[in-house]
Structure formats: C-alpha cells, structure tokens
Design a protein around this ligand. Structure first.
Ligand SMILES: O=C([O-])C(=O)C[C@H](O)[C@@H](O)C(=O)[O-]
Ligand SMILES: [Mg+2]
Length: 418
C-alpha cells in the first residue's frame, strides 16, 4: 500500500481575546490540516501549526512521501530529516535539543501515517499504539483572563464567555467550564497581571472549588526573586506551578525552594533537554505535546523516560481542532503514568473541521473516538470554509503582542514581566 497524494491546507478559525504574558489572542487562530492518501483512497489525517515556517517545512517534506508505505515510520523520519535538515541517520528517530522544526514536521505526518495504519488494519489508533490503559482521558479547565470582544471587528459576533478581568468574573468562567464540561481540575493562565493579583484569583477559585486541583502558568513571566517572594502564598494552593520562569537554569533555582512540583512546556521541549533537566532537578512534571516532541510514539517515549527518571507527565495544548484532540486522546489513553489532567483549549473553539461537529468533553474527559485510526473524518465543506477564512484574515504568523498593542500601545512583553 503506497502513498499517492499529500495535501496540507492552512486554516483560520475564530479565537476569543484570551490574555497571556505575550499579549492577547488575535481574532483568528491558524492551524494546518494534513491529508495523506494511499493508492486505494484511504486518507490519513494530521493537524499542526499554521504559521508560515511550519507550512514551508511541511511543503518541503511532501514530495518525499509519495511512494512510501504508511507503515514505514523510519522511512518517514528519514524523509523529514532530509527535507527539513538534520541528521538523516534512520536510527536517529527523535530530535536532538532545540529541534522543534523537524520534530514538528515529523509529528504532523506521523499522526496521519498512524491514522492510515489504523484504517488499513481496521483498528483504533490506541491499539496501534499498544492498547489503551484507560477508557477516557482527563482534561483540565483552561482559564484565561480575557476581554469581552476583539478590538477590531473580526466580522463575527463576540464569544459568549464575556469579560474575565476580575476574580469574580474568573470564578464565573470556571463555573461554566466545570458545569458544561465536568472538569475536575483547573489551570489558570497567568503572567498577565501582578502575581499577587493572580494569586488572589487562585484564592477565589480555591474557595469556589475546594476539591479541584489548581495550577497557574505565567509562561516564564516571573523572575526568580518574584517567585521566591510569592512562594509562601502559593504553598498548599497548587497541584503544580507551571513555567514561573523562562530558562532551565532559573527553573532549577526555583526548584530549590518550591514546595510543589514545577511543570514545563517551555524549558524542556526536546529529548536533548532531558539530561540537563534531570541534572538540575529543574522540573518534576513535563507537559508533553506530540505536535513538537516528534509525534505520538515520541510522546510515549517521553512518558517512559518520566518513569525512568521520576518526572510526571501532563499534556500541553494550543488553540486546536478535533483532529489534534483525537490524537492527544488516543495517545493519552496508552500512557501508564499520565498522572495529571491534560490541557486543552478546545472549549474555546466554536468551529471544527471534523464530521459531526465537535468531539464531546464529558465528566472532564474524552473517550478516544471509536472506529479505525483516529476515528474522525474530515468535513470537506468545513475545511474549505476555514481555508477561505485563512486566505481572507491576513494573519500568517501568530503575534499576540501586536494584537495587544491595539489596546495598549506601550505594551512590553519583555520577560520577566514581574
Ligand atoms: O501552557 C502553555 O504554555 C500554553 O498553553 C501556551 C499557549 O500559547 C497559551 O499561552 C495561549 O494560548 O495563550
Ligand atoms: Mg504552559
């Protein structure tokens, strides 16, 4: 069974004005949708970033995939490394340190190849990945401070979540997340306001949700000294503290005085970072993300290293569609040491490219879609509509800072902000 066609379609979908350390989300979020077709008409799906660099790299890989067997994942790795650059040694399946471009291209196509393997064998993807260890994968409520609407009219109605700039509004956002989706744990995106204000928001959340584990993620927005100053206030409040500071060395310093585990999706983002992470004991929870760790098998390998070296595994996300949620859920179902509920931006998205609308989050968790492979199919009309939005929206690279300067012309995202 050989691959005869590969299509990569950039899309843009509505995104609310969510705040973070770099600024605010633009009205349109970008992704790319990958279709890998075999001679007999099976189509494997993948999803990745939609920025120009990713699209360029995926475009470079495409021609080399024609004629490959979808079961030849080492062949895929060789093609990706040859096209994007790097060591073409087929033994070097996973990317070294700082190798996000190659690992991301590999991941985008690996998911589509695995989807094909599932379709060709009539097996759900979690079986291709070794079998499921749980029926449902837990996700956490992902709370953002947010504006009520975008600064410029994006040409669509404002989202129905309203403004969240006060503690009380954030508790309301959490209440809706927990009521509608049943989330059993809560993450607050921080780095937006002074840490003391954000910790007060956490206290309000603790009061309203006494049993929900809480996390905060300032995305490297705090200095080591600021983190030291606020640490007594955080003690006993958090399940883990995610990326308070920006570098591995700073995380290592914070780990010497932090009573709770430190988590990251910023300082340990490739296999080559793990030796130094362990040497410094800088991080106790790694947020895996198949999109840039090199795919679903790489995610399993990362989890295995977690068992070897004693760090926990959680999962990171970005604004994404149902193909990514299906892939995250299939792999999440196979990881023995997935000790924490995974991140997902999915509740913030109102559009999707899969048949049947959106996947369902219930009781704070998602079941891997049944059916062969990923278990999701492309809605071609929706894909065409979201591609048209991409062409029309004019955004080609995500820039939260530029967007924030429309509200606050002197906004400075330099970190540490606090
Ligand atoms: O955990 C994280 O760092 C993220 O989810 C990164 C995202 O870019 C988040 O900050 C966002 O969507 O603004
Ligand atoms: Mg993070």
């Amino acid at each position: 069974m050989r691959i005869t066609d590969v299509r990569v379609t950039p899309i843009a979908f509505r995104d609310p004005p969510l705040l973070n350390v770099s600024g605010v989300h633009e009205p349109w979020a970008l992704r790319s949708i990958i279709e890998v077709e075999t001679a007999d008409g099976h189509v494997g799906l993948g999803e990745s970033y939609g920025d120009l660099e990713t699209l360029t790299n995926l475009g470079k890989v495409k021609p080399g995939l024609i004629g490959l067997d979808p079961f030849d994942l080492n062949g895929l790795t060789r093609v990706v490394y040859a096209a994007v650059g790097g060591d073409p040694d087929p033994g070097q399946t996973f990317a070294p340190a700082g190798d996000k471009a190659r690992a991301s291209a590999l991941a985008a196509f690996e998911v589509a190849f695995l989807d094909l393997q599932g379709q060709l064998t009539g097996r759900p993807l979690y079986e291709i990945l070794g079998g499921k260890l749980r029926d449902r994968v837990p996700y956490s409520a992902y709370l953002f401070y947010k504006f009520a609407g975008h600064k410029d009219d994006p040409g669509y109605p404002a989202d129905d979540w309203g403004e969240a700039l006060s503690h009380e509004q954030m508790v309301e956002q959490a209440r809706r997340m927990v009521t509608e989706f049943g989330f059993g744990s809560i993450k607050l995106k921080g780095g937006v306001f002074e840490p003391d204000f954000e910790i007060e928001t956490l206290r309000h959340l603790r009061k309203a949700f006494p049993d929900h584990p809480l996390r905060i993620d300032p995305n490297g927005g705090w200095s080591v000294e600021t983190t030291r100053r606020v640490m007594p206030q955080l003690e006993g409040l958090l399940e883990y503290l995610e990326d308070p500071a920006r570098t591995l060395a700073e995380m290592g310093q914070i780990a010497t005085f932090a009573p709770m585990p430190l988590a990251t999706n910023m300082v340990t983002i490739a296999f080559g970072h793990i030796p130094e992470t362990i040497r410094l004991n800088a991080v106790q929870v790694v947020l895996s993300d198949h999109h840039y760790w090199g795919g679903l098998r790489a995610t399993q390998h990362l989890a295995h290293l977690g068992r070897v070296f004693g760090f926990g595994i959680s999962m990171h996300s970005n604004s994404h569609m149902g193909i990514s949620l299906a892939a995250m859920t299939h792999v999440g179902a196979t990881i023995p040491n997935l000790a924490y509920a995974c991140d997902t931006h999915y509740p913030w998205q109102v559009e999707d490219v899969i048949e049947g609308g959106k996947l369902r989050i219930e009781n704070g968790s998602v079941a891997p879609p049944e059916g062969p492979g990923l278990g999701v199919r492309l809605d071609h009309a929706a894909l065409a509509r979201l591609h048209r939005q991409y062409l029309d929206c004019g955004i080609r690279v995500r820039d939260d800072t530029k967007e924030m300067r429309k509200y606050q012309p002197d906004f400075n995202p330099a970190r540490p902000r606090f």
